[in-house]
Design a protein around this ligand. Structure first.
Ligand SMILES: *Cc1c(COP(=O)(O)O)cnc(C)c1O
Length: 218
């Protein structure tokens, strides 16, 4: 696969869903990938990337940003409260606001800095005990609490259970965003981004289909 093929498939999925060309942002998920693969995708002109680990992103992106102008960096992994300060300094968006303590911490940081990354609330649509995220039943209240803290909530994010049809999870997330007046929907990965686009995804997070399989042993 690779970047060009994924972009082509995204444009086709937008058209197939009757959506405007370019209405979906491709976040190229570069976690754990060797630097040369990331540089190749930057040289192909792509500028929007996702990372899961603050430490890895901090080691990689400041120097890449010096080489390539216009990089937009999205945090898509679980965020520990004690890494929130580093995260708001590094990332343009955070997709994993998943608990009140993190929201409160981000609000304090935003007040001190006078700015805040764009935020997505992670919803545990499958109600999986091992997975992070606000439960569906608590989401409306959490959105309201975040707004009360003055946080710039752009939308909702989910990672459907691995063994299930993702469609109903994407549909549920879209309904929750709509009834809360949120326009951003961060959903869809390598295996299911076309389904997510059909359900209204505005941000798809695609890693291995662009860069190849991740080698965690390297
Ligand atoms: C790793 C990761 C992705 C990308 O997964 P692929 O299957 O490689 O496309 C997307 N979203 C999140 C939250 C991830 O952790």
């Amino acid at each position: 696969m690779g970047l060009a093929e994924i972009v082509t498939r995204i444009r086709a999925a937008e058209a197939g869903a009757g959506r405007a060309e370019g209405s979906v942002t491709l976040i190229a998920v570069s976690k754990v990938q060797p630097l040369d693969r990331v540089v190749t995708v930057l040289e192909e002109g792509h500028r929007v990337f996702g990372e899961n680990y603050v430490q890895e992103a901090a080691a990689k992106w400041p120097s890449l940003r010096e080489r390539f102008a216009g990089v937009e960096l999205h945090m898509i992994g679980p965020l520990q409260t004690n890494k929130a300060k580093a995260a708001v300094e590094l990332f343009d968006a955070i997709h994993t606001v998943d608990r009140p303590s993190l929201a409160q911490k981000l609000a304090r940081l935003a007040e001190a800095r006078g700015e805040c990354p764009e935020l997505f609330i992670q919803v545990n649509t499958g109600e999986e005990p091992q997975k992070a995220g606000i439960l569906p039943a608590d989401t409306d209240a959490f959105v309201a609490d975040c707004r009360g803290l003055g946080l710039p909530i752009r939308g909702l994010m989910c990672i459907p259970p691995e063994a299930e049809d993702p469609g109903p999870h994407f549909a549920m997330l879209a309904r929750m965003a709509e009834r809360n007046g949120l326009t951003g929907l961060s959903m869809g990965m390598s295996a299911d981004f076309e389904t997510a686009i059909a359900h209204g995804a505005t941000h798809v997070r695609v890693g291995s289909a662009i860069f190849g399989a991740r080698d965690y042993s390297a």
